[in-house]
Design a protein around this ligand. Structure first.
Ligand SMILES: Nc1ncnc2c1ncn2[C@@H]1O[C@H](COP(=O)(O)OP(=O)(O)O)[C@@H](O)[C@H]1O
Ligand SMILES: [Mg+2]
Length: 272
């Protein structure tokens, strides 16, 4: 894909930008340290509802680290320390009163490598709703499982083998199962960290299509090192470099008319 194609793809996506979409999450002056490493240096950003926001930037610039601050996955890394404020619907997610299990249901996560549980397809999806008590009966649970698998574009492929192991499917199917698992607890935000990097082009296209379909019901944030993917799936793009948020805006603007020299250098492939 040439630079012009990239800009064209991003422009086609610009139609989906809705400037009235409510703000779902905010970050204000967020810093993350791993011991002495200062990995995120004062990032502030607003994440809209009903949009896909792409985090792009060279490897090691802090995309995953910042993404993990948004549902407190950094809590699980002993060396990580987070400063600053992050809110969900105006509520500070680092407040002592915040229930982290509940937070991670509201702000779900999909990882680079599909990681289904070594359980049946059905149980993979039912797991979250069960621990959160979302189903009153077996029939309720069946309905949640079916709806989640349908939303994840997987139902037709698996409806006759729900008892098969979730790990016995293709990589692309496993990733859609992980998306179904995230959706099953009715999240408001879905964080995806390079969800297609382990997938072939056909499986990748299916996930991108799915992201398009899901967009209207969630705030979606996707980390990608693939700029074509950012141009195809996102309405907003944030460019990170060396722990700084260099530029954030409408995806088509970032790809056609970046304000910052560093952004221009990156999108034109001057450094990787
Ligand atoms: N668990 C960790 N412990 C220590 N340092 C880490 C850890 N995870 C990431 N880092 C460091 O933080 C910086 C940002 O990494 P990361 O967020 O993974 O970047 P990206 O996702 O953009 O490739 C890098 O310098 C990396 O080495
Ligand atoms: Mg990463």
């Amino acid at each position: 894909m040439t630079d012009t194609d990239l800009a064209q793809t991003a422009r086609e996506n610009a139609d989906a930008v809705d400037t009235t979409a409510p703000i779902k999450m905010t970050a204000r002056d967020v810093h993350v340290y791993y011991g002495a490493t200062h990995a995120i240096k004062g990032v502030s950003i607003d994440i809209d509802m009903d949009h896909v926001t792409a985090f792009i930037g060279p490897s090691g610039c802090g995309k995953s680290t910042f993404l993990r601050t948004m549902n407190r996955m950094n809590d699980t890394i002993a060396a990580a320390r987070v400063e600053g404020q992050i809110t969900l619907d105006g509520e500070d997610i680092y407040a002592p009163s915040m229930d982290v299990v509940q937070l991670r249901a509201r702000v779900g996560m999909v990882f680079q490598k599909p990681n289904p549980f070594p359980k049946s397809i059905y149980e993979n999806v039912a797991y979250g709703p069960r621990i959160h008590g979302l189903a009153a009966s077996k029939a309720d649970m069946d309905q949640i499982v079916e709806r989640s698998l349908k939303r994840a574009g997987l139902w037709e492929e698996v409806k006759d083998r729900l008892t098969d192991s979730g790990t016995a499917m293709s990589g692309g199917q496993q990733q859609r199962l992980c998306i179904a698992r995230a959706i099953a607890v009715d999240p408001e935000v879905i964080l995806m960290d390079e969800p297609c990097s382990a997938l072939d082009p056909i499986a990748t296209a299916k996930i991108e299509e799915l992201i398009h379909e899901l967009r209207g019901n969630y705030a979606i944030v996707i980390v990608t090192h693939n700029m074509q993917q950012a141009a195809r799936v996102s309405q907003r793009t944030a460019f990170f470099h060396l722990g700084n948020l260099v530029e954030y805006g409408v995806t088509s603007d970032i790809f056609t008319n970046p304000r910052e020299e560093r952004t221009k250098d990156y999108i034109t492939g001057r450094y990787g």
